[in-house]
Design a protein around this ligand. Structure first.
Ligand code: ZN
Length: 291
C-alpha cells in the first residue's frame, strides 16, 4: 500500500480544534475534514455527486447488496465518490492521515508560521488514480486559492488562520486528466439511479466549486465583506440562521474566497466586487479550467 504525501509550509497558524489542542487525533481529524470538504466541492464542480456527510441524505454502505455477491462494488454502488474515499456508515476511509515533520518525526506545531509539515495519506485500502488526482488537486486548490482547518470564519481584523503553501511540487498520476476524472464521475452516476436521484434533489447550498470566487491579491475588510453579503437578502452569504458565513478574508495573506448558492448570486457578488474596485477575482469556473 502506498502513502500519498503533500509537503506544506504554514503561512499563518492552522487552527485544528480547540477541544484539546495537544491531541493529535483532533488535529488530524480536523485537517482530514477540511480536505474532505474541498474534495466534495471539487467533485460537485466537476459534475459529480458528493453527499454532505453531516446531512440526513448521507451515504451508507449497502451491506445487503454486498452479502448477495461479496463484491465490494455492489455495496458501494450508491455511495458517492467522496464517501468511497473518506468513508461513510459501514465503509471505513481508504486513507489515514498522519502528520510528520518530514524527517520521520511526529511532533509538529502548526501554530507557528513557517512550519514545515507533511500530510501523509496512508492507504488503508487501495485508492484509484482518479482519487489520487482529486487529492492532489485539492491540495493545490487549498494552497493556491483557499485555506484549511477551522477558525477561518472570524471577521478581520482577527488574525488569519489556515493559510498554507506547497513546500514541494505535487505528484499527479500521469494517466489522469480533468476530463478523464469527469468521465469517471459521470460513469459512477450513470451506474446508480439512486445517486442520480440524490443529485437531482441535492440542496443548492452545498458548496460547488463552480460557484466559488477567489482572490489572491486582495483581502476584504469588515465593511467590504458586509457590502458583499448584502447582495443576498436570503442570508446565505452572511450566514444568518445558524449557518456559517460564506466569505473568508485573510488580511496578512492578502486573500479572500467564498461561494454563492447559484450563478445569479455569483454574478451579483462579482458585480459588487467590481463596484468596490476589487479586481483580479477569479471564478470557480476559471479555476476549474486551470486544473
Ligand atoms: Zn456520500
Amino acid at each position: 500500500m502506498r502513502t500519498i504525501t503533500v509537503s506544506l509550509r504554514t503561512l499563518t497558524p492552522i487552527w485544528t480544534g480547540d477541544v484539546d489542542r495537544t491531541s493529535e487525533q483532533v488535529r488530524e481529524t480536523g485537517l482530514m475534514g477540511s480536505v474532505r470538504w474541498w474534495t466534495e466541492a471539487l467533485i460537485r464542480g466537476l459534475g459529480g455527486y458528493a453527499c454532505d456527510p453531516t446531512s440526513s441524505d448521507r451515504c451508507g454502505f449497502d451491506e445487503a447488496a454486498y452479502r448477495r455477491t461479496y463484491q465490494v462494488e455492489d455495496g458501494l454502488r450508491d455511495v458517492c465518490p467522496a464517501c468511497r474515499l473518506f468513508g461513510c456508515t459501514g465503509w471505513s476511509s481508504k486513507l489515514r492521515l498522519v502528520i510528520t515533520d518530514g524527517e520521520g518525526g511526529y511532533v509538529v506545531s502548526l501554530e507557528q508560521p513557517g512550519a514545515y509539515f507533511v500530510l501523509n495519506f496512508v492507504e488503508v485500502k487501495p485508492t484509484t488514480a482518479e482519487e489520487r488526482w482529486l487529492l492532489a488537486k485539492v491540495a493545490w486548490l487549498i494552497t493556491r486559492y483557499g485555506s484549511m482547518g477551522g477558525k477561518t470564519t472570524l471577521k478581520p481584523p482577527q488574525p488569519d488562520y489556515g493559510l498554507v503553501a506547497l513546500a514541494s511540487p505535487l505528484r499527479l498520476p500521469s494517466s489522469v486528466t480533468r476530463e478523464s476524472v469527469q468521465v469517471w464521475l459521470a460513469k459512477m452516476l450513470a451506474e446508480s439511479p439512486v445517486l442520480q436521484e440524490r443529485l437531482r434533489r441535492a440542496p443548492p447550498e452545498w458548496p460547488n466549486l463552480r460557484l466559488f470566487f477567489f482572490n489572491t491579491e486582495r483581502w476584504l475588510d469588515t465593511g467590504q465583506v458586509n457590502e458583499l453579503v448584502r447582495v443576498d437578502p436570503s442570508g446565505f452569504l452572511s450566514g444568518r440562521r445558524g449557518v456559517s458565513k460564506k466569505v473568508f478574508s485573510f488580511q496578512k495573506g492578502n486573500r479572500f474566497w467564498g461561494y454563492a448558492r447559484d450563478s445569479q448570486m455569483l454574478e451579483k457578488v462579482l458585480a459588487t466586487l467590481q463596484r468596490l474596485g476589487v479586481s483580479s477575482t477569479r471564478t470557480g469556473e476559471e479555476v476549474l479550467n486551470e486544473l
